[in-house]
Every structure is written in structure tokens, then in C-alpha cells.
Design a protein. Structure first.
Length: 160
């Protein structure tokens, strides 16, 4: 429970940092992400990363928040690492924001730029996130997809 409390507190701090700038409750302008057929994309939901992490994403207007927890066999979620992220979604399908590791004694933090990739696969829109750059501390993840989706190599990452 201690890990969950720390993660919630960190998310609240990051979320409140964007409020009060006159752009609405989220602190971000409204951005509509569109898929290959013009359908709206909402990034909110459970995702998995190629860093063995589980991520809970929340999109409000043009803001994206996440809580990421390590998900290694035989360990509790977040036992090895946990992080939070707050970013702004651009009309160019890129997300730029700040992350911090809430479990590390090193107080690791930095900036991430991600690209939203939406492609039609077998008649359905498949959305993935890909890391384009990281500054500051290192960040293990480079690729994320919705939990239970099948990656391009055909294996399911996550799903739990």
C-alpha cells in the first residue's frame, strides 16, 4: 500500500503543476488525435511497455498523465520501479512531458518525447506510443501498446 500511496501523491503533484494557467481544468488546450480513418483516439486506459512495465494512462484534453509500475514475475507491481509522467499532446501526434521515478533514491527525472502511431491493422486502428527522445535521467521504455494488444512481432505484451 505504501507504493500506491506514493504513486498517487506524485501523480497529484504533477497534475496540479499544470493547473491555474487559464487553459481549463487540465491546464492543456484541447487536441483531437485522429486515427487513419479519421476516428478520434483517446489514450486513456491500461498499457504495457517493452520495459516490463504496466502503465495507467489518463488523457484529458491535450494533457496525458500516467503511472508506470514494474511488472516482473514473482514481484509485486512497482516493487522494482515506479514512475509518473505528465505531458502535453501536440497536433503533430507528439507528446512532450516530464517524468520522475518515485521509487528511486537517486530522484531520477527528465523529459520524454513520444510519438503516437496509429495504423490500420486488419480493419482496426492499432495505437502505439514510441519514444523519440529522453533527456535528464535514463528511461527504459521505448515502446508502449494497449494492454492485451499484439505487437508487430506477434507476441502479446501485458494483457493482465
Amino acid at each position: 500500500m505504501r507504493v500506491a500511496g506514493l504513486v498517487v501523491a506524485a501523480v497529484l503533484m504533477l497534475g496540479l503543476a499544470g493547473c491555474g494557467n487559464g487553459q481549463g481544468a487540465s491546464g492543456c488546450e484541447r487536441v483531437e488525435l485522429k486515427g487513419p480513418n479519421g476516428e478520434a483516439i483517446d489514450l486513456t486506459g491500461d498499457w504495457t511497455g517493452n520495459d516490463r512495465g504496466r502503465y495507467s494512462l489518463k488523457q484529458i484534453d491535450g494533457c496525458l498523465w500516467w503511472v508506470g509500475l514494474s511488472d516482473f514475475p514473482g514481484e509485486d507491481p512497482g516493487e522494482t520501479w515506479s514512475n509518473v509522467f505528465r505531458g502535453r499532446i501536440g497536433s503533430d501526434m507528439r507528446i512532450t512531458g516530464e517524468f520522475t521515478d518515485v521509487r528511486s533514491a537517486d530522484k531520477t527525472a527528465g523529459m520524454l518525447t513520444l510519438r503516437v502511431d496509429a495504423q490500420e491493422v486488419e480493419g482496426e486502428t492499432v495505437v502505439t506510443l514510441r519514444r523519440e527522445s529522453v533527456t535528464g535521467a535514463s528511461f527504459g521504455g521505448t515502446y508502449w501498446e494497449r494492454a492485451g494488444d499484439t505487437d508487430r512481432e506477434g507476441s502479446v505484451i501485458g494483457g493482465g
